[in-house]
Design a protein around this ligand. Structure first.
Ligand code: NAD
Length: 332
């Protein structure tokens, strides 16, 4: 018997599907966040599951879950920074996550970003929608993906899927990772960080956010990049220095960018604005540029991903209840 917090209609479809396919299980849902004021709803359940951006920092939450006999929080996300592991350990609460709900979702979004930028759909759409201008201007001439170099920083689950896709399209794919996987050499050439920065026509980031790689792409890297290159960030905002990105775009040190994540995105994602002046300053600058596209942290957001978040988190919930090892335990 599981209580899934932070429920939304698009997730509920797959909760209902699970209940139908597993008649012995009882998944119940609430729209609420898991916090001190809502933890009592969990009384009587075996496990709770959450998908929220707000930290669960109140000791009372962990203490009450433990007092209800709940020893597992099944996150329906990759990220687990919302958990206070001191309290989770203190009250013997196991944390699991869903790190592999769909690497292809982000990889396909990266491919979409690359083709959108390369084929100059930003300026084409601006001309068409804002100016009713259908002139095939010389500036709209583009390149073909098969003779481009795609540079990937972080060749893990998502980076590997990205490499396979661009290789299949005939692009030259180079990558940098702290750990090289020989199996990836069928479709990618590993090289060092600086070479990826200098040689990429399309530079795409797929590392986690670690303190030592915050601002990994800053003024120095923008100066080293080709001025015809595009940057794609669907990893984490702080990997890129936004101030330096704006300067690089203004100075035409790079040709454009696709940003699914950006520092300060909490201020705009899931919100609607009525004028540019309401946007945070960095966004005001970037939103005006036709060679820049934002997506609202939606690279992962496909039906397959949402279904797998439910499926993988509840599979681990069942495994733990049956005394088996979870597939995706999280340790701080
Ligand atoms: P992963 O753990 O499978 O791969 C990450 C790779 O980065 C690993 O191969 C690791 O060795 C490498 N790496 C770590 N630190 C590095 C460094 N300093 N330099 C070079 N390489 C380094 O993770 P994944 O599933 O491929 O996801 C990658 C990231 O994508 C996640 O951490 C998350 O931040 C982001 N993500 C974004 C979305 C979205 O919707 N935009 C969705 C899911 C994941």
């Amino acid at each position: 018997k599981a209580l899934l917090y932070n429920m939304t209609p698009e997730q509920k479809v797959y909760v209902d599907e699970w209940n139908k396919e597993h008649p012995d299980d009882d998944l119940e849902t609430t729209n609420d966040e898991l916090e001190a004021g809502t933890v009592e709803q969990a009384k009587g359940f075996d496990v709770v599951s959450v998908l929220q951006i707000f930290d669960i920092n109140d000791e009372e939450v962990y203490q009450k879950l433990a007092s209800y006999g709940i020893n597992h929080i099944a996150l329906r996300s990759v990220g687990f920074n919302i958990i206070n592991f001191d309290y989770a350990h203190k009250y013997h609460i196991l944390i699991t996550n869903t790190p592999a709900y769909s690497p292809r979702a982000v990889a396909e979004n990266t491919l979409t970003s690359a083709m959108y930028l390369l084929r100059k759909w930003g300026p084409i759409l601006k001309n068409e929608k804002e100016d009713l201008n259908f002139i095939r201007e010389a500036s709209l001439m583009s390149d073909e993906i098969y003779n481009q170099t795609v540079g990937i920083i972080g060749v893990g689950r998502i980076g590997t899927a990205v490499a396979e896709m661009f290789h299949a399209l005939g692009a030259r794919v180079i990558g940098y990772d702290l750990i090289e996987n020989p199996a990836n050499e069928a479709f990618l050439k590993y090289t060092d960080f600086d070479t990826v920065i200098k040689e990429a026509d399309i530079l795409t980031l797929h590392t986690p956010l670690e303190p030592e790689i915050e601002n990994m792409i800053s003024a120095k890297q923008f100066k080293e990049m080709k001025n015809t290159a595009y940057l794609i960030n669907a990893a984490r905002g702080p990997l890129v220095n936004t101030h330096d990105l704006i300067a690089a775009l203004q100075n035409q040190e790079i040709a454009g960018a696709s940003l699914d994540v950006m520092t300060g995105e909490e201020e705009i994602v899931m919100k609607k604005f009525t004028s540019i002046s309401e946007l945070p300053e960095d966004y005001r600058e970037l939103v005006k540029m036709p060679n820049v596209v934002f997506t609202p942290h939606s690279a992962y957001y496909t039906k397959t991903s949402v279904k797998n978040m439910i499926k993988q988190s509840m599979t681990d919930a069942k495994r733990v209840l049956n005394g088996q090892k979870p597939v995706y335990p999280v340790e701080d």
